[in-house]
Design a protein around this ligand. Sequence first.
Ligand code: ADP
Ligand code: MN
Ligand code: MN
Ligand code: MN
Length: 332
Amino acid sequence: MGLYKAEYIWIDGAEPTPKLRSKTKIVETGKEPPIWGFDGSSTNQAVGHASDCVLKPVRVVPDPVRGGDNKLVMCEVLLTDMTPHPTNTRAALVEVAKKFEKYEMWFGIEQEYTFMDGVKPLGWPSNGFPAPQFGYYCGVGADEVFGRDIVEDHLEACLEAGLMIAGINAEVMPAQWEFQIGPCGPVQCSDDLWLARWLLYRIAEEHGASATLSPKPVKGDWNGAGAHTNFSTKQMRESYDPCVAAAKALGEQHALHIPHYGHGIEERLTGKHETCSYKEFKYGVSDRGASVRIPWQVAQDKKGYIEDRRPCANIDPYTVTRLITNTVCSKL
Ligand code: ADP
Ligand code: MN
Ligand code: MN
Ligand code: MN
């Protein structure tokens, strides 16, 4: 009888920003990873005298870290009566995605993040700061780029796992990077983003570095980290009016969305560093100082997608894609 290792991955109850957790189960070759459980009193998901939480596998992919027949198993957290746990934001997304299925919503999320070496960004001098921002975005060379070996290993791992990764680039602040997931439906995009984040932490660990999704990892004149959320409905991919209507719909629900766009959003959406203040809403063609950008190519082709630039790097994509789907599809 052969065996494989299944790494069960779930989202905990940490506040204000949930964290990933994982543990390993040995499973018989040929069998699907079964329902499992964990101690919710250690993850802020239960109290000690009734501590069991349930892990329900929802997406199983090859494990590029262990290789062979081993698997990564993305899970939803359930209560013992098999209903969604209060921290389970995926279940609500699945419902909304189903309700608006005929709109054929696609998402592409740009995940920015920063490598840290202890308390300072990777490669930064231990005393003082690197040269001001300019040459780092899409830069090349040891004086401008820190952590490329980790980034390359991560990209390879995402591809081996079969995640919908679309690309990578070095970002404006040194030691800051981005990968993009999509375009695909809201549930897959969010599952794959969480799995890609887990792989990022896991692979950085091999290199003795850590990665943070903090939206403003360094105070002052350094760019924050976002999770620009690009999306389209079938109608938007076919004509321009729905693209503008979607931007306007997001404007009407600005106050509903902002509290779910990442803890610390006030520090990132200041109106500086390619952002629009969180206190206002603007959309515009090519405008990287807007809340929502209509890419120039889309304005020219008169169809395509739009970019919500407000979400921070530390968002829960299950919640953000649910809100956008609900807000936009209700109006189109
Ligand atoms: P930026 O110019 O803002 O840095 P990127 O190239 O980093 O843009 O990211 C654009 C994202 O938009 C990618 O993840 C891509 O998959 C996604 N995307 C492209 N076309 C569509 C579409 N029609 N609907 C939704 N997302 C899309
Ligand atoms: Mn980008
Ligand atoms: Mn970026
Ligand atoms: Mn962008």
